[in-house]
Design a protein around this ligand. Structure first.
Ligand SMILES: Cc1ncc(COP(=O)(O)O)c(C=O)c1O
Length: 393
């Protein structure tokens, strides 16, 4: 197949959502609630303005692509505070990223060698954050979706992946807590993936950007599980995380990549060409954010109360383990999204836009909608109420 790689990408979910709603007018008697995008809209943490002011002269210098030594150390310190039993070197095992999105995308371009490997496979959970799919296609790999179904608590069916697929696998994306389902990887899930990565020599990338948003217990991290297995150099393992969700700073575009020092060096080489360096003043803000937990605890409280407010107003269901999404079974997800917009002035995302058809022709995102609780507790309660009215509750 000689189709240009770019042509394999479908329209991005938010563009599809706009197209789906374009002919409709939201109910004019209600203020619109945009629960479509997972963009936290909480108050700015108090230290941001000061940190930015202190770092202003950094705009007159080119920033180092890897991130400043101070930022990489702040990230390493955070990882070691957050995850027990790990030792992380800020010098060799950490890179700064402009959010996780660009790093998650670009890592496939470092890990995939379509010329050398016959049909390299990228495993991704299904439904998934669409960047994994776009990265796999544009890097010249074959995406292999791993269904995450309700009957299995939305755990991706890693154990059902055939041996012949593992053998061709070059890269695995695991998202925990999951966007969109809220599933959280257990110690055993990560152990299985780490063993497979070592056995089949692929790169395992954990997208942990929702790690600080959880309803009950703090999720385990990939690096922590690797170290507990005696695998404390993290070989074959990388994690991505960012300040977008943890600190409600999506506009800062600041994140991290950490783990296997060899992969970090290889990825740094690619990035020295692509050049996604974070401006130095923003790195100063990031340092302050990774070193502060007060605002994180406050945000977590808001997310938890938002989940409570939604479910108590909606009248059924309960929060998933992680993240700030409600992943709601609704029947026809596109029809539901249109009705929510037209009748209740709520913008939400049809689940089918976040999944892909597997070999069985089934898109596991179909039949669900994703509702982002990102506007605070009152808006979450209002969302629950409006959707309850929509379903006739
Ligand atoms: C699962 C997942 N990964 C990564 C990202 C990217 O976030 P950022 O680039 O802001 O870190 C998002 C954003 O919505 C996400 O939902």
């Amino acid at each position: 197949m000689n189709q240009p790689r770019l042509d394999r990408l479908g329209a991005y979910p938010f563009a599809r959502l706009d197209a789906l709603l374009t002919t409709l007018t939201p109910n004019p008697s209600l203020p619109l609630i945009n629960a479509g995008a997972g963009e936290p809209r909480l108050p700015l943490p108090p230290f941001v303005a000061d940190a930015l002011q202190r770092g202003l002269d950094g705009f007159s210098r080119y920033p180092p692509t890897r991130g400043s030594p101070a930022l990489r150390q702040a990230i390493a310190d955070w990882l070691m505070r957050r995850y027990s039993g790990i030792t992380v070197s800020g010098a060799d095992q950490v890179l700064a990223a402009n959010g996780t999105r660009e790093a998650l995308f670009a890592i496939a371009h470092a890990a995939i060698n379509p010329e050398a490997d016959e049909k390299p496979v990228v495993l991704l959970p299904n439904p998934m954050y669409q960047i994994y799919l776009g990265a796999a296609w544009t890097a010249g790999a074959v995406p292999h979706p791993v269904p995450a179904l309700e009957g299995q608590g939305f755990a991706p069916a890693w154990r059902q992946v055939p041996e012949a697929i593992w053998e061709k696998t070059a890269l695995v994306y695991c998202c925990s807590p999951s966007n969109p389902t809220g599933w959280v990887a257990s110690d055993d899930d990560y152990r299985l993936l780490i063993r497979k990565a070592l056995q089949h020599d692929f790169l395992l990338v954990a997208d942990e950007c929702y790690s600080e948003i959880y309803y009950r217990d703090a999720p385990v991290g990939l690096l922590q599980v690797a170290a507990a297995m005696g695998h404390d150099d993290f070989s074959h393992c990388l994690v991505c995380n960012s300040l977008s969700k943890r600190s409600a700073l999506p506009g800062l575009r600041s994140g991290l990549i950490a783990g296997d020092a060899d992969w970090i060096a290889r990825f740094a080489k690619l990035r020295s060409y692509t050049g996604p360096a974070t401006p130095l003043p923003l790195q100063q803000v990031a340092i302050a954010a990774w070193r502060d937990e007060t605002h994180v605890a406050r945000n977590l409280q808001v997310y938890r109360e938002s989940l409570d407010a939604f479910y108590s107003a909606f009248g059924s269901g309960e929060p998933a383990d992680g993240g700030f999404f409600v992943w709601l079974a609704v029947g026809d997800d596109r029809a539901f999204a249109r009705a929510a917009y037209r009748e209740r002035a709520v913008k939400l995302l049809p689940g089918s836009f976040l999944g892909m058809e597997g070999e069985d022709g089934i898109n596991p995102g179909s039949g669900f909608v994703r509702i982002a609780l990102v506007d605070g507790v009152d808006a979450a309660g209002e969302l629950g109420l409006r959707l309850r009215r929509l379903v006739g509750g």
